[in-house]
Ligand binder design. Structure first.
Ligand SMILES: *[C@@H]1O[C@H](CO)[C@@H](O)[C@H](O)[C@H]1NC(C)=O
Ligand SMILES: *[C@@H]1O[C@H](CO)[C@@H](O)[C@H](O)[C@H]1NC(C)=O
Ligand SMILES: *[C@@H]1O[C@H](CO)[C@@H](O)[C@H](O)[C@H]1NC(C)=O
Ligand SMILES: *[C@@H]1O[C@H](CO)[C@@H](O)[C@H](O)[C@H]1NC(C)=O
Length: 643
């Protein structure tokens, strides 16, 4: 998935076009594509014959849905896969997120919610084929497009998604680790993985054929003939002529209403035969903070899907289930300015963020039933019950910039002298906040920072003066100061860019800090707040001076006696911006005064049944409402636009 400029985006709401021409049937893919990829030795073979995928000699018309295992608790994987199957889909597609498995260099995790092999095995158990999208760049509206941030720290000059030898070497190491998990699950080895994607929409990014060939070779070394390779690009030769790679099937992506005939005529000129596929058919769309909630009409989704079925086009619905960007995993785009993605990845998809079937789900299911993709005996899923657990009162506990807050949550980095300050990446801090402090030597003045990444709260002697930020392009601020005043710059990373030319998105303060036109080049002390773990506060901590910067609030919630915890939604109306942890799980960013997302999704499996109490922690960066309450409600609010 990749965001595209508005011009492209508008195409998908244009009226739909009915294909009238027949699909050509020449048997040839690219120039050097081998149509008999699979060898005899394996017990199972996937191949391409003419314009069809063949699994063990049987034709397969792929009807797939995207579902990313890293966007929901693993306890819900089976439920969501079953609902895909119950809509008539025969395959599931997932990205693999490198940063999710190697968040820090050489620290790998494949356990619990990170057990991608377990997810693939579950898909097989539920009777689904798997379309694997291992990147390594995936976009997916995730921080740095799924690439681990430490690449930018380890290699100050790294050029991501190029033949930069460090990028290639790291990608190779990662793919070897990944395929240790997944090789047994390839189709040729008896597993469900039938297709493996190379890179992701590279044609929207670059033109270097050598890069795509190297990416293909890295994956091919592990996949061999045990699955077929493919690429995904925008629906025009402008994109796929740059994004294709020989040895991999070229597929395209577009949403409802797109002119199918033009797109596939264009593709056929390039790829005279082989299966046609829309590998990302958009039933909804992503939303940024401060936008209207993006929604796509069910009628439009069904109409274009029907056309694709009529023309035997293989389809992957992106996304069939979206889920959430928990923790600090949301990415951002850059259009006319920096645009961070919201926490919810509901996407207006057929299955909602909480995994409930929507009217769009039932409409797609009805269509797939008409086209005989759905067996008659699979019953229709219904929405799950939700908890309306009511109001909680939050108590302020500790301020981040107090000495107690610094001790408990801060991580002291070495002092250094300016002018250029070390980035999050250089300090090897993935997310959260970093505080840069120095002394001013003039009375009052104009502070100027031309490259804030992303939101900088400015304090003088502990008193908030305002914010400099990237999103609204606020680069200057008038300050009241004395000689020897302490200037504190608290920088929030709001998500690394996931798409387009500005991918190498390092965080922190990327320019000089100037005061009255002079660069502040003296000593800086630096404190990090990675916020990966936020311990419960005790009475020692709560002695902190609450006027010093952002405050952490706490509350306890005991669920109704005798009830299994249900999914619920935390209504953050009235609060400014920040993050919420429930029993230590970071629900992601809230920003209700900007919207459109107002509630945060809380998976029931993260809650404890009564009589245990649930710890709710809120880090409010701006201003808490007087009432200091939030409310657990039984429905989401994702569409409240700023008035
Ligand atoms: C539905 O029917 C198929 C065969 O027609 C059978 O294999 C499958 O087990 C049945 N499923 C259920 C849930 O009854
Ligand atoms: C103030 O700081 C700037 C930048 O470090 C320096 O150039 C200047 O000499 C200092 N002025 C005084 C009065 O110390
Ligand atoms: C900067 O820090 C060093 C070491 O802590 C100290 O010796 C020096 O005096 C400081 N310089 C200024 C201008 O404060
Ligand atoms: C927001 O969504 C709800 C539920 O779908 C709907 O009832 C309401 O009218 C929507 N509000 C706006 C402002 O679009």
């Amino acid at each position: 998935m990749g965001w595209r400029p508005i011009v492209w985006f508008c195409l998908f709401i244009s009226t739909s076009y009915v294909i009238s021409a027949g699909v050509p049937t020449v048997i040839k893919i690219n120039d050097d594509y081998d149509v008999t990829m699979a060898e005899e030795k394996t017990s199972h073979t996937i191949s391409i014959v003419g314009n069809e995928f063949m699994l063990d000699g049987q034709p397969l018309h792929i009807i797939s849905g995207s579902l990313h295992y890293f966007r929901l608790p693993s306890e819900y994987w089976r439920d969501r896969l079953r609902k895909l199957k119950a809509a008539g889909l025969n395959s599931v597609s997932t990205y693999v997120e490198w940063s999710f498995h190697e968040p820090e260099e050489r620290q790998y995790s494949f356990k619990n919610s990170r057990d991608v092999a377990a997810f693939v095995r579950l898909a097989a158990e539920e009777g689904l084929h798997v379309l694997l999208r291992p990147g390594p760049y995936i976009c997916a509206e995730r921080d740095l497009g799924g690439l681990p941030y430490w690449l930018l720290g380890k290699y100050p000059n790294m050029q991501l998604r190029t033949t930069d030898k460090n990028f290639i070497r790291e990608a190779k190491i990662w793919m070897t680790k990944l395929f240790e998990q997944l090789t047994p699950l390839l189709f040729g080895n008896g597993g469900p993985i039938i297709l493996v994607q190379i890179e992701n929409e590279y044609g929207s990014y670059g033109t270097d054929r050598h890069y795509m060939q190297q990416m293909r070779d890295i994956v091919l070394e592990h996949v061999g003939t045990n699955a077929l390779l493919y690429t995904t690009d925008g629906p025009s030769s402008l994109f796929f002529r740059n994004g294709f790679v020989s040895g991999a099937l070229t597929t395209i992506d577009f949403g409802p209403g797109y002119d199918i005939k033009t797109a596939y005529d264009d593709l056929r000129k390039f790829m005279p035969s082989g299966p046609l596929m829309n590998s990302e058919y958009y039933p909804g769309w992503l939303t940024h903070w401060g936008e209207k909630l993006q929604q796509v009409s069910t009628d439009a989704v069904v109409t274009t899907l029907r056309h694709m079925l009529d023309y035997k086009i293989n389809v992957n619905i992106y996304v069939f289930f979206g889920g959430s960007n928990f923790e600090f995993t949301s990415g951002a785009n850059y259009g006319s300015t920096y645009q961070p993605d919201i926490t919810s990845y509901d996407y207006d998809a057929p299955l909602s963020e909480a995994g409930d079937p929507t009217p769009k789900y039932y409409a797609i299911r009805d269509l797939l039933k008409q086209y005989k993709f759905l067996k008659d005996n699979i019953s229709e899923p219904v929405p799950s019950p939700k908890g309306a657990y009511g109001l909680i009162s939050l108590t302020p506990k500790i301020s981040l910039l107090s000495s107690e807050g610094r001790t408990l949550l801060g991580k002291g980095y070495a002092e250094m002298s300016g002018p250029l300050l070390p980035t999050f990446e250089k300090l090897r801090q993935r997310s959260g906040l970093i505080l840069y402090e120095t002394k001013l030597n003039e009375t009052d003045g104009l502070l100027s920072i031309t490259r804030p990444k992303d939101w900088i709260y400015v304090y003088v002697d502990g008193k908030l003066q305002g914010a400099i930020n990237r999103m609204y392009k606020i680069y200057m601020l008038d300050l009241k100061s004395k000689v020897d005043s302490v200037l504190s710059l608290l920088v929030e990373n709001q998500g690394r860019i996931n798409f387009g030319p500005f991918l190498n998105d390092r965080k922190g303060i990327l320019s000089d800090v100037e005061y009255n036109g002079k660069t502040l080049g003296g000593n800086w002390s630096i404190t990090g707040y990675p916020l990966e773990v936020v311990s419960p506060m005790n009475s020692y901590h709560t002695k902190s001076d609450l006027t010093k910067g952002p405050v952490i609030y706490e509350s306890q919630l005991v669920l109704p006696e005798g009830e299994t915890p249900l999914d619920t939604f935390l209504d953050t109306t009235g609060w400014g911006r920040g993050y919420v942890w429930v029993n230590g799980y970071n629900l992601g960013r809230y920003w209700p005064n900007l919207g459109p997302q107002v509630t945060l999704y809380v998976p029931g499996v993260w809650l404890k049944a009564a009589p245990a109490s649930n710890l709710i922690q809120v880090l409010e960066l701006e201003a808490a409402p007087e009432a200091l309450t939030m409310e657990f409600i039984d429905y989401p609010i994702l569409n409240r636009t700023q008035t």
